[in-house]
Design a binder for this molecule. Structure first.
Ligand code: SF4
Ligand code: SF4
Ligand code: SF4
Length: 203
């Protein structure tokens, strides 16, 4: 049988809950500049994005393929901001049209217009050559067919192995659902995480 909830035990429980919540916020704060989340097209650096996004959710509402989610408390300072999980539903660049709905509806410029789709910089695809069919003797071009920039973002070498071109890949994630391996051979590294990883290598 559980102990009766006295003022003292209530106080302890409240303090424990507050501690857990603040620990989560702290973790979020520590990571807030490093873009662990894949942001929608048009987002600037993670720090700029966090300071200009007002958490209105209009981009999430407007996204035709429902590719955007709102971050929960587990994401600390990112709470209420939009992000994409391409393994569930990638951004389809609004089906290839010039107008990108999330950018169109954003009231603050947290998502700002891009001249052309190739200018989008959500992040970059990372290919696991250990499991990619094309690297293991099996003919496969599924990601290439799904990519909006075949022969630019995904390039096949003379041995028919896929490679990602960092400059051309925009991080949309359309290649992920197309990938035929289980688990998927492709993941997306968000833009800010790329910068941090590069910095870590330099340090
Ligand atoms: S560009 Fe279109 S499909 Fe992509 S996240 Fe924005 S609204 Fe959704
Ligand atoms: S529409 Fe703009 S301000 Fe509103 S949640 Fe999306 S990114 Fe943030
Ligand atoms: S390689 Fe993948 S993430 Fe990069 S542009 Fe092509 S489909 Fe998008």
């Amino acid at each position: 049988m559980s102990a009766p909830l006295t003022r003292r035990t209530f106080g302890l429980a409240a303090a424990t809950l507050a501690g857990a919540v603040s620990a989560r916020w702290l973790v979020g704060n520590i990571h807030s500049g490093e873009a662990r989340l894949l942001r929608p097209p048009g987002a600037k650096s993670e720090t700029e994005f966090l300071s200009s996004c007002i958490r209105c959710g209009q981009c999430v509402e407007a996204c035709p393929p429902q590719a955007l989610l709102l971050a929960t408390l587990a994401e600390g300072l990112s709470l209420g901001t939009p992000y994409s999980r391409p393994e569930i539903q990638p951004c389809d660049l609004c089906r290839g049209h010039d107008t990108l709905e999330c950018i169109r509806v954003c009231p603050t410029g947290a998502l700002s217009p891009v001249e052309k789709h190739q200018d989008i910089d959500m992040g970059e695809a990372v290919l696991d050559t250990e499991i990619c069919f094309a690297w293991n003797g099996v003919t496969c071009r599924s990601c290439w067919h799904a990519c909006p920039f075949p022969n630019q973002a995904i390039v096949f070498d003379e041995l028919a192995r896929a490679t990602i071109d960092e400059e051309s890949c925009i991080g949309c994630g359309l290649c992920i659902p197309a990938c035929l391996t289980d688990p998927k051979s492709l993941t997306i590294r968000p833009k800010g995480a790329t910068t941090l990883a590069a910095q870590a290598k330099e340090d």
